[in-house]
Design a protein around this ligand. Structure first.
Ligand SMILES: [Zn+2]
Length: 111
């Protein structure tokens, strides 16, 4: 048997569906299944302080980062605009002064 999704409102799993929408028996919340799965499939990233980063955010480097395959270094304090959150080990896709780059969110701070 398939397990029901938990209620996005109160997080209980006492949910049921009439095939067009889901209902929560606990709080009476009603929602479309699509809304929930869209939310959970969106990749998320957290910066060095644990702040959630979103597409389009501006971040600052908190340490010097060597650019792989080059002798260039992205300096601590460099501002990077319009980041994009992606799935993976390097979870920030962005354009820097040195070109397009994949970075780790743990080396960034939201500014
Ligand atoms: Zn609920």
């Amino acid at each position: 048997m398939e397990s029901n999704p938990s209620c996005p409102h109160c997080n209980q799993t006492t949910t049921y569906t009439d095939m067009t929408a889901w209902f929560c028996a606990d709080c009476g919340h009603e929602w479309q299944e699509g809304e929930v799965s869209n939310e959970t499939s969106e990749p998320t990233a957290r910066d060095a302080n644990g702040t959630v980063l979103r597409d389009g955010d501006t971040v600052t480097l908190i340490k010097d980062l060597k650019v792989r395959g080059t002798s260039s270094v992205l300096k601590m304090g460099t501002k990077i605009k319009q980041i994009r959150i992606v799935d993976g080990d390097h979870d920030i896709d962005c354009k820097t002064d040195l070109g397009p780059m994949m970075l780790k969110s743990e080396f960034l701070k939201k500014s």
